[in-house]
Design a protein around this ligand. Structure first.
Ligand code: ADP
Ligand code: MG
Length: 200
C-alpha cells in the first residue's frame, strides 16, 4: 500500500464516520447514552488529522499509531475496543502483507477485542460484525471485498433482534431488542468504507 493510498483510506473512513455520526448517535440514544456518534467522530477526525504523517510510516506502525489515537480520543467503551483492534492488527502485520497475513492479523485483533471487552459474538456489540468478517477472510475465492462489505452490513442489521449482554445497552435487558447495535453499525461502516476504497 502506497502512502497516498493509506492516507486516502484513513480519510475515507473518517469521512464516512462523520457523515453517519447522527445515525450512530440516534442508535446509541435508543439503547445507550447517545454519545457513540460523537465519540467516533472525534476519534476518527483525529486520525484523519494525522493521516498525512501516519501514511509516511511503515504500514504496521501507521495502523498501530492510529489505534493509539483512537484509544486516546474516542472515549466511552468503544474507544478502548476500537483502539485495541487497530493496535493489535497493526502489530501483527508484516511489511508486505498478503491475504493470509491479513487474516491472521485480523484473528489476533478480534481475540484482543474479545479479551478486552470480556465478550463474544452474540452479545450485540461490534464483535457481531468482526467475527463474521473474520470468517469471510478465511473463505478463498472471488469478490472478497464485495463479500466482506455485504457480510459486515448484514451482520450489523442482524444485531437488531438481539438482546444486549455487554455494554450500556445490556442495562435495558429485553428493551435492547429491536434496535441495531451502535458499535456494530459503526464497525460495519468502517469495514464497508475500507472495502469500497480498496476496490475503487
Ligand atoms: P459507551 O457505551 O461507554 O457510551 P459508546 O457509546 O461509544 O460507549 O459505544 C457503545 C458500543 O460499544 C456498543 O454499541 C458496543 O458495540 C460496544 N461495547 C460496549 N461494551 C462492550 C463490551 N464489553 N464488549 C464489546 N463491545 C462493547
Ligand atoms: Mg454510548
Amino acid at each position: 500500500m502506497t502512502p497516498d493510498t493509506l492516507e486516502g483510506l484513513l480519510r475515507a473512513i473518517a469521512r464516512t464516520i462523520v457523515e453517519h455520526a447522527d445515525e450512530l448517535t440516534a442508535l446509541d440514544q435508543a439503547i445507550g447514552d447517545g454519545d457513540h456518534g460523537l465519540n467516533m467522530k472525534r476519534g476518527f477526525e483525529h486520525v484523519a488529522g494525522q493521516a498525512a504523517e501516519l501514511s509516511q510510516r511503515p504500514l504496521a506502525e501507521a495502523v498501530t499509531e492510529a489505534g493509539k489515537t483512537l484509544v486516546m480520543t474516542v472515549g466511552g467503551a468503544s474507544g478502548p475496543l476500537y483502539g485495541t483492534f487497530f493496535m493489535t492488527f497493526g502489530k501483527a502485520l508484516p511489511e508486505q502483507p498478503a491475504l493470509p497475513d491479513l487474516a491472521e492479523a485480523f484473528d489476533a485483533a478480534v481475540a484482543a477485542v474479545e479479551r478486552r471487552g470480556k465478550s463474544t459474538a452474540g452479545q450485540k456489540t461490534l464483535l457481531d460484525v468482526l467475527v463474521p468478517v473474520q470468517q469471510q477472510l478465511r473463505v478463498p475465492g472471488e469478490q472478497l471485498l464485495a463479500r466482506i462489505k455485504q457480510t459486515a452490513l448484514h451482520a450489523a442489521d442482524a444485531t437488531t433482534p438481539m438482546r444486549a449482554i455487554r455494554g450500556r445497552a445490556s442495562f435495558l435487558g429485553e428493551r435492547s431488542i429491536g434496535h441495531m447495535g451502535p458499535g456494530a453499525r459503526s464497525c460495519a461502516l468502517v469495514i464497508a468504507t475500507l472495502c469500497d476504497f480498496l476496490e475503487g
